[in-house]
Design a binder for this molecule. Sequence first.
Ligand code: IDP
Ligand code: MG
Length: 139
Amino acid sequence: MATNRTFTMIKPDAVANGHTGAILDDMIKGGFKVIALKYTRLSDEIAGQFYGIHRERPFFKDLVSFMSSGPIVAAILEKDNAVEDFRKLIGATDPSKAEPGTIRNKYAKSIDANAVHGSDSDENAELEGSFFFTAFERF
Ligand code: IDP
Ligand code: MG
């Protein structure tokens, strides 16, 4: 059964381009409630751990250096059917294939700098949320 939480990051490109407020607004207007929120910068080591599942992919090294290149915003979001609905709100990984009106369609420039992360399963949503937030940082 689907849980009601997902995990997201606003990636360094979108933060650097001044889209943080607009993207949070799209998430909230999309029906998601912010349960936890953090503005921080990932080290190479932390970014590598977070994306460890992609270790063998050819873009892994570039992904890690991009994700640690500047500050990000991390959040846990709540909504019915959160994981699936959030993937719809952000659109395809490659922004040139993302539906009009989706966050990646509006704010992303390329497949590597694609503005936002969204968990791909309930299990990963829980793991990723716990990677960033303690129980005392969730409301
Ligand atoms: P997702 O973020 O839509 O779930 P994943 O396949 O999980 O996509 O890939 C994780 C991240 O790795 C993507 O968001 C993107 O930043 C990066 N990435 C994925 N595929 C490529 C690629 O072919 N070239 C460069 N970067 C990629
Ligand atoms: Mg993914």
